[in-house]
Design a protein around this ligand. Structure first.
Ligand SMILES: Cc1ncc(COP(=O)(O)O)c(C=O)c1O
Length: 463
């Protein structure tokens, strides 16, 4: 089978195929906002369409392409696995590559987190962390944060802090306690009964890019210790250098008991996740020989994922990607910060490393307020499309709205971006924000069209 020609010969059918057999609503979304671009090739931080136009990808496949796309080192590692004819997934055997990756990850963790459990996605890493916390503490309650996102399987959904994802799926796990992020008194009250297995959090909340105050996570970890509650850092998105540290918790010197990793772990090629934890937690799970298979997942330690993981860590080190993320992120953030005073719609900018957000809000002047209201009445968060759509159409920069009902545009660039890419982002962002302030201009024609489709879609749904 020649994949390139198979894809080329069916390229025009993909919308029909997806409408027929996959998520037809996603087809509608892409068409409505004009994101139905035919990308045919990708390299590093760039996507290319049929006409060889180059796009800068600040979505990174929701964070998996930290190394950029199609990194040659990871490709070479994967090709060498395929050529090596290894005895793969024997199951009643031990994977050498898994041992090596576990050792290399452990070397990058806070002290004591030297046991690894591999799996195939972020949500599976979170499910594992929840099970291990319950098993090792004998408690079943878990504290989680408002707006927090940890995946969409039922256990992870039970600690999801956003009704958009939870609604309509029936009863979720009992004993889960939601607290506002960045609120120590609320956390202390939730811990007070000394009956909580774990506190799970994203060091920086992905949906909206909410960065905690500097004392929040260290104090939260201290409170958890005092109440016998385990600290689970979900670093599925923030980990592996994204925020300018290998783990985001390093910004605050926090040492969790369990760290969840996934997304960028395999360089974006093979589904892969890892849970790093203290030995005593692992020992509580696998406490007798008969329980050696009590938790696991068939493909978790597959050689392709393990080799890609090892290669990914090499690339992160050799190309100094953690340092690059820190430097590029700091430069971008200061360029964006200068825009807040210039533009009424732009209320705040925030983030760490290359996990950045632009938050928009109600403007001061009457003319802009009327335009804002038109969009917000049609659909909360719609204003952001006046940023993301022109960014893609005019500047060929792919971004996303940071979460449902949020007026936050999120930038998650590959960690390999250059100074020229940084300038491309800064110029594009400045231009589209400026255009959004020209009420009556082309961008607001788009606004009216979007508001019209949002209202129509609401009327159809309620009919
Ligand atoms: C912080 C966090 N945890 C868990 C997940 C779930 O990962 P996956 O989609 O691989 O299941 C995500 C995905 O976006 C995430 O951002």
């Amino acid at each position: 089978m020649d994949v390139a020609s198979l894809v080329a010969s069916h390229g025009d059918d993909r919308f029909t195929l997806h409408e027929r057999h996959l998520n037809h609503q996603m087809v509608r979304v892409l068409r409505t906002i004009g994101f139905d671009i035919d990308y045919v090739r990708a390299e590093g931080p760039y996507l290319f369409d049929r006409d060889n136009n180059r796009y800068l990808d600040l979505l990174s496949g929701w964070g998996v392409f930290a190394l950029g796309r199609n990194h040659p080192t990871v490709i070479a590692a994967l090709e060498s696995v395929l050529r090596a004819n290894l005895a793969h997934l024997v199951q009643m055997d031990l994977s050498t590559l898994a041992g090596i990756l576990a050792e290399r990850l452990a070397a990058r963790m806070p002290p004591g987190l030297d046991k690894a459990f591999f799996c195939s996605s972020g949500t599976e890493a979170v499910e594992t962390a929840l099970k291990i916390a319950r098993r090792s503490t004998g408690r079943s309650k878990v504290i989680y944060c408002e707006r927090g996102f940890h995946g969409l399987t039922l256990g992870s959904l039970s600690v999801n802090g956003d009704e958009y994802f939870r609604d309509g799926f029936g009863e979720l796990l009992p004993g889960m306690i939601r607290v506002p992020f960045n609120d120590l008194p609320a956390l202390e009250r939730a811990l007070a009964g000394n009956d909580v297995a774990a506190f799970i959090f994203e060091p920086i909340i992905g949906h909206g890019v909410f960065v905690p105050d500097d004392d929040y996570l260290p104090e939260a970890a201290r409170l958890c210790r005092r109440h016998g509650t385990l600290v689970i850092a979900d670093e599925v998105q923030t980990g592996l250098g994204r925020t300018g540290r290998f783990l985001a918790v390093e910004h605050w010197g926090v040492e969790p008991d369990i760290v969840c990793l996934a997304k960028a772990l395999s360089g974006g090629f093979i589904p892969s996740g890892a849970v790093m934890m203290r030995r005593k937690l692992f020992d509580a799970l696998f406490d007798r020989m008969e329980r050696a298979a009590v938790h696991g997942s068939t493909f978790s330690k597959n050689d392709l994922a393990m080799a890609a993981g090892i290669a990914t860590l090499d690339v992160i080190d050799n190309e100094h990607l953690v340092e690059n993320a820190e430097r590029m992120g700091a430069d971008l953030l200061s360029e964006f910060a200068a825009l807040v005073d210039r533009f009424e719609f732009l209320h705040a900018v925030r983030g760490k490393g290359l996990m950045l957000a632009l938050e928009f809000g109600r403007p001061q002047s009457l003319k802009l307020r009327t335009a804002w209201k038109l969009l917000e009445t049609a659909n909360e968060g719609l204003f952001c499309q006046l940023i993301t759509i022109p960014l893609l159409k005019k500047h060929r920069i792919l971004t996303q709205v940071a979460g449902s009902g949020l007026n936050v545009v999120k930038l998650l660039p590959p960690l390999v971006i250059s100074d020229a890419d940084r300038q491309w982002i800064a110029d594009g962002v400045t231009d589209v924000i400026a255009q959004s302030h020209q009420v009556g201009g082309a961008v607001w024609d788009l606004g009216k069209t979007l508001a019209g489709s949002a209202l129509k879609s609401r009327r159809t749904a309620s009919a």
